[in-house]
Design a protein around this ligand. Structure first.
Ligand code: AMP
Ligand code: FE
Ligand code: FE
Ligand code: ZN
Length: 289
């Protein structure tokens, strides 16, 4: 089983990189990718664990980006970057900028929340490993610890969702720029969980072909078609699009630990042929196989 999208305590996952690798091995995964949000901080530990557990490891990053889709509308797009050079200066600088802006954005959200809930910045920080990429999950965890909500998911559905009055959006890299940066760093770009915000009742004809074609012209290498958040009617459409443009197609869990999210290791998988394409195409870092 090949699972190419997972998170550790270096961002918003609940397993340390070592635990993540051990759990992957125990769940029958043969090749795992660690893809923490906007950081490569978990790579080294995960590689050491992969060596001792004899499991394949593809280091990656889930890069936060924003794409302008009309003159006044930007949408959030997560871009998976497989095997980029972690020392590439341009990519490193952008990731650092994103992580820094995530801190001020989280502080702003905590300020707003503190008007109505017993929550402080210290409580949020206590949920996070030093240096880990901060996001709403850390705020959610602090709300669970403070007894405000029972689970991380409940915090999202009731309070932290992106239409909430406590929501603050963060700065992130332009999507097209991210695709090009990943390519220049020798990495392979795969758009994570596309169309998750697509309205349930909308028809296939409404799917934004032009939006994807823009990404493809910018150098997008692949699409994460098999992911629990991709709407079923969109999957076939995305497969056809990938076929038409000769793109890589992946399937992954987006595991965040047992209490981080419902997603379970190996629940979606990538074929060995597609993994081979990623490895052949990448030139920034070597996969451990
Ligand atoms: P942020 O990066 O701060 O915008 O927060 C988004 C992150 O929250 C995503 O990477 C997800 O892993 C996590 N997330 C979103 N919705 C939920 C949910 N319902 N339950 C648990 N985690 C979630
Ligand atoms: Fe996440
Ligand atoms: Fe994501
Ligand atoms: Zn993810």
């Amino acid at each position: 089983m090949i699972d190419l999208h997972t998170h550790s305590t270096k961002s918003d996952g609940k397993d340390t990189p070592t635990e993540l690798v051990a759990n992957a091995k125990a769940n029958g995964i043969s090749v795992l990718a660690i893809t923490d949000h906007d950081t490569t901080a978990g790579w080294e530990e995960a590689l050491m664990a992969a060596r001792s557990h004899k499991i394949g490891l593809v280091p990656g990053i889930e890069v936060s980006t924003r794409q302008l889709i009309s003159s006044d509308r930007r949408i959030s797009v997560h871009m998976l970057a497989y095997l980029p050079d972690p020392n590439n200066q341009a990519l490193f600088t952008e990731l650092e900028k994103t992580r820094t802006s995530r801190i001020s954005r989280a502080k702003k959200m905590v300020e707003l929340l503190a008007e109505d809930y017993p929550i402080t910045w210290e409580l949020v920080q206590a949920e996070l490993e030093p240096g880990a990429t901060i996001g709403r999950p850390a705020i959610a965890d602090a709300m669970v610890s403070a007894g405000i909500v029972p689970t991380r998911s409940d915090a999202f559905t009731s309070i932290l969702h992106n239409r909430s009055k406590y929501y603050v959006s963060d700065h992130s890299l332009d999507t097209l720029e991210a695709i090009s940066l990943i390519r220049k760093a020798g990495g392979v770009s795969v758009i994570a969980h596309p169309l998750i915000d697509f309205p349930a009742g909308a028809s296939i004809q409404d799917l934004p072909t032009q939006y994807f074609e823009e990404l493809i012209s910018a150098g997008l290498d692949g699409i994460e078609v098999y992911h629990r958040s991709v709407p079923d009617p969109a999957k076939k459409w995305l497969e056809d699009l990938a076929l038409k443009h000769n793109l890589i197609v992946t399937g992954s869990s987006d595991y965040h630990g047992l209490t981080g999210k419902d997603n379970r290791l190996g629940e979606n998988q990538t074929s060995p042929e597609m993994l081979e394409r990623i490895i052949d195409q990448a030139s920034g870092f070597e996969a451990f196989l």
